[in-house]
Write a protein that binds this ligand. Structure first.
Ligand SMILES: Cc1ncc(COP(=O)(O)O)c(C=O)c1O
Length: 378
């Protein structure tokens, strides 16, 4: 079947999914999600933004359609049940939660709330770019500390030195984007345990659900005892809701209040709330996302092994691998073949980040990579 055929059959199957089909292994059938997943209508495969290729869960799609009658209303009546359901899911109180239009908005609130002249804002390098982007208008002193060792972990000792004992903001992206690596939670915990209250820990757990190693656990346990810890998570990844824009911060009530002073009013919309509620109620959704991710990861690592291209073992829905040659040229070659891969993450310019897609999307990436390897481009 050609690409257009896939797209067309996907539309039909998608409609079937909306009318109630789905559940179990059938949900992983490629046709069910082809049109709503990552493959764009022109057949381009998007493996560049760490999205979930399964698309919105059928239950969430139905919830969005049902909720559309409320699209003329402000979202108060939808936010309340969303916050209550989320608090219940996490085992926290509603006062612990700050809801954002994506988790990036919560990162922005924190950067704004804690800024003051000369305050060190300490981040790893490379890491997710939104925090350093948001700090630009403010008089922070940005400290970029390179990742360390073969495990590409945050260099907590150097970050600690950079933070000092006075007011500071420390961004810990765990697992880290773009490397997909985990920084030992025991090490993060021992820093949090002894840090002064003026050190704000902004712990980004966007990929929390994907991590599967004993070295990793959530920093959520701190939020009652440590008002200087904010945990940030998202519905964009495991719940496949990146386009809906829903994320959250979890913190001590006083800290949550402090962040909320920087919220934009009515920031989460009715449809995102409806999709979030339905996604949380869908017991199989996390498992389906993880199963799909494991399949894609297998194709990626098998291909990279076959081609002798080094990669960094990942705890996320993307992987970083070596390319030999110029990164921008590599990205352009992939684009010519209809595949969008990750952007540059300096200083790791001999590496490319590729996000996990549907199996056939990964096969197209693998085929393109084989071709470039045979041509000596990578
Ligand atoms: C580590 C990390 N944090 C936060 C985000 C932002 O996610 P969102 O605003 O969609 O919740 C991303 C997006 O890729 C990310 O990789």
């Amino acid at each position: 079947m050609d690409r257009r055929g896939f797209v067309a059959s996907g539309v039909v199957a998608t409609l079937a999914g909306i009318s109630g089909a789905g559940g179990g292994a059938a949900v992983l059938e490629r046709e069910s999600f082809w049109r709503v997943g990552k493959t764009l209508p022109d057949g381009t495969v998007r493996l560049s933004a760490n999205e979930n290729p399964l698309g919105l869960a059928p239950s969430a799609r139905k919830a969005v359609m049902d909720a559309i009658v409320d699209a003329n209303r402000y979202p108060f009546d939808w936010r309340r049940p969303l916050v209550e359901a989320l608090a219940k899911r996490l085992g926290v109180k509603t006062e612990n939660l700050v809801i954002g239009a994506g988790s990036t908005e919560v990162l922005q609130m924190a950067v704004q709330a804690y800024q003051a002249p000369g305050v060190p804002l300490v981040i790893a390098e490379p890491t997710f770019e939104d925090v350093p982007r948001y700090e630009k208008p403010f008089p922070y002193r940005l400290e970029r500390i390179p990742l360390t060792g073969s495990g590409y972990a945050h260099d907590l000792q150097r970050m600690r030195d950079a933070a000092g004992r006075g007011p500071a903001v420390v961004y810990v992206c765990n697992p880290n984007n773009p490397t997909g690596t985990v920084t030992s939670s025991a090490d993060v915990d021992s820093w949090i345990a002894e840090a002064p209250e003026e050190t704000l820990f902004l712990v980004d757990e966007a990929y929390f659900e994907y991590a599967d190693t004993p070295a990793y656990r959530s920093a959520l346990k701190w939020i009652d005892s440590k008002p200087n810890v904010v945990v940030v998570r998202t519905f964009s990844k495991i719940f496949a809701m990146a386009g809906m824009r829903l994320g959250y911060g979890v913190a001590h009530p006083e800290t949550a209040k402090k962040l909320t002073a920087y919220i934009s009013a009515n920031n989460t919309n009715v449809l995102a709330c409806a999709a979030g509620l339905a996604s949380m109620a869908d017991d199989g959704l996390v498992g389906r996302s993880l199963t799909a991710n494991t399949r894609a990861k297998k194709i990626a690592t098998t291909t990279l092994d076959e081609l002798g291209l080094e990669y960094i073992p990942t705890q996320t829905n993307f992987i970083m691998h070596r390319i030999h040659g110029d990164l921008e040229t590599y990205i352009a070659h992939m684009k010519d073949r209809g595949i969008q891969v990750g952007r540059p993450f300096p200083p790791m310019t001999e590496w490319n980040r590729v996000s996990f897609g549907l199996p056939e999307e990964m096969e197209r990436w693998a085929e393109a990579l084989r071709g470039l390897r045979a041509a000596g481009t990578v």
